[in-house]
Ligand binder design. Structure first.
Ligand code: AMP
Ligand code: ZN
Length: 469
């Protein structure tokens, strides 16, 4: 199996530290809002990596954190007049709901920064003890980048370049730095902020230290795979390497994996441009399995463009797979209980070859795009060869293959029984969205679809109401 390693800039054979086991850490979201579809990409990508490794028989220990102390969380808490823990707890719960709807399995452990302060303090003390960190007069603790030889090795930058870049940026409160490229491990509290006691000052941790501390606590000093979005390469992951390796003297992570960015209508997704969707909003228009399927239709390292049209086409693609499995399940009920005929044996071998093709794609740096194509080839074969006179063994083999290959991608082939209410609510939300986007043709189409289902809409002061005709 080959993995593209950001550290070396090339694909490398995957050899775990310990045979049969994989230790994996993926940086999770900062919880101050509902997650957006960009945040969903690393969740879906690394959940799929994990599922494939498990399919290959590895025991995967998967850790992913929630950053629950941060400026944005504090700001939101101040706006709402509540404790910052109220905000972070609320959005962790909401995030877990979104993850479940996207079939992202819960990690082995989801540590929260505020519950891991002790480990961070210990790590900072170790770094100070070894001369890799220092406390300034105001109690801020900085990492001394010049003390760590490998600084810049992940992002392929050299320290001098970095220094000149940083010299331009003066951050208030960070006057105590020895060197412009040093970064904060611990900082003094500000009025009204959550804080913890420490040997240097009452304060809170810098962002980078949490991942080094949590990874060390739950996975040990060395791990196999560390993942996250490509924006995290610098400074976050570079700093994690510096902290972890300076403390342990060992290589921190063997393989560094980074997913490409999700764009909207070919533009960078950003709040200020207004081209921004939460997972929740997309969930009102589509089953979130469709979002997952859409994300996996591209290679994880490529940038991926999101649009309603592409989602519609993913929806149709997924529907084709699910319809095929539905049909096979029906055929199975009636199929004659017999072993495969000669011809069916030959077809089974072709299915087996497609399964190999799927595995080869996944083992080439998790090329899910090609793996999905292999699934479609199985569907095509199933649709054209399985019929009323097929034997049960053959039909079973097709069902089992499709179920397995879909499950690795986190696609459930068992249809959810959607109640009429849910379906109607979803269509109404989609119609509202279409009207907001001034796509009146689509809005009318949806109204007609609802009419065909016997649903009448009424626009009222409280919003759109519906009733059965
Ligand atoms: P954050 O909450 O900003 O720390 O982000 C959590 C995770 O989402 C990180 O791994 C980010 O790299 C990733 N991420 C944020 N925005 C995007 C995006 N537009 N496309 C892909 N990944 C993203
Ligand atoms: Zn991290």
């Amino acid at each position: 199996m080959k993995i593209f390693n950001t550290l070396t800039g090339r694909k490398e054979e995957f050899v775990p530290l310990e045979p049969g086991k994989v230790k994996m850490y993926v940086c999770g979201p900062t919880v101050y809002n509902l997650i957006h579809i960009g945040n969903a990409r690393p969740m879906i990508v690394f959940d799929t990596v994990r599922r494939y490794l498990e399919y290959k028989g590895y025991e995967v220990n998967f850790v992913s954190n929630f950053t629950d102390v941060d400026d944005k969380i504090i700001k939101k808490a101040v706006e709402e007049g509540v404790d910052s823990a109220v905000v972070s707890r609320r959005y962790i719960e909401e995030c877990q709901k979104d993850m479940a709807a996207m079939n992202v399995k819960p990690a082995t452990v989801h540590p929260k920064a505020t519950e891991e302060i002790e480990g961070m303090l210990e790590l900072i003390e170790t770094l100070i003890g070894k001369g890799h960190a220092y406390a300034a007069a105001d109690g801020t603790v900085y990492f001394r980048t010049s003390s760590f030889k490998g600084y810049g090795k992940l992002s392929h930058k050299n320290l001098d370049e970095l220094r000149s870049g940083f010299r331009e940026i003066k951050v208030t409160g960070e006057e105590g730095k020895e060197d412009p490229s040093d970064f904060v491990l611990w900082k003094p509290k500000k009025e009204g902020e959550p804080y913890w006691e420490s040997p240097w000052c009452q304060g809170r941790p810098g962002w980078h230290i949490e991942c080094s501390a949590m990874s060390r606590k739950y996975l040990g000093e060395q791990i196999d795979i560390h993942g996250g979005g490509e924006d995290l390469v610098f400074p976050h992951h570079e700093n994690e390497i510096a902290q972890s390796e300076a403390a342990s003297g060992k290589e921190f992570a063997k393989y560094w994996m980074h997913n490409g960015f999700l764009n909207i209508d070919n533009k960078k997704m950003s709040k200020s441009l207004g081209n921004f969707f939460t997972v929740r909003e997309i969930g009102e228009r589509f089953d979130l399995q469709v979002l997952r399927f859409f994300m996996l239709s591209a290679h994880y390292r490529s940038p991926l463009n999101f649009s309603g049209e592409l989602m519609e086409s993913s929806k149709n693609g997924l529907e084709r797979i699910l319809n095929s499995v539905d049909r096979l399940r029906e055929l199975r009920e009636k199929a004659e209980e017999r072993e495969a005929s000669r011809e069916e044996e030959r077809l089974c071998r072709t299915v087996g070859e497609l399964r190999t093709k799927y595995e080869e794609a996944m083992e080439d740096d998790f090329n899910t795009a090609d793996a999905v194509s292999a699934v479609f080839e199985v569907v095509k074969l199933a649709n054209s060869t399985a019929g009323q006179d097929s034997g049960r063994e053959y039909v079973d083999y097709l069902i089992q293959t499709l179920e397995t290959l879909c499950a690795i991608l986190g696609i459930n082939t068992q249809r959810k029984e959607e109640s009429l209410d849910e379906e109607v609510e979803k269509l109404i939300a989609a119609r509202q969205q279409a009207r907001k986007e001034k796509n009146f043709a689509l809005a009318d189409q949806i109204r007609q679809k609802l009419l065909d289902m016997g649903i009448i809409l009424e626009d009222t002061r409280e919003g759109v109401k519906w009733k059965k005709a």
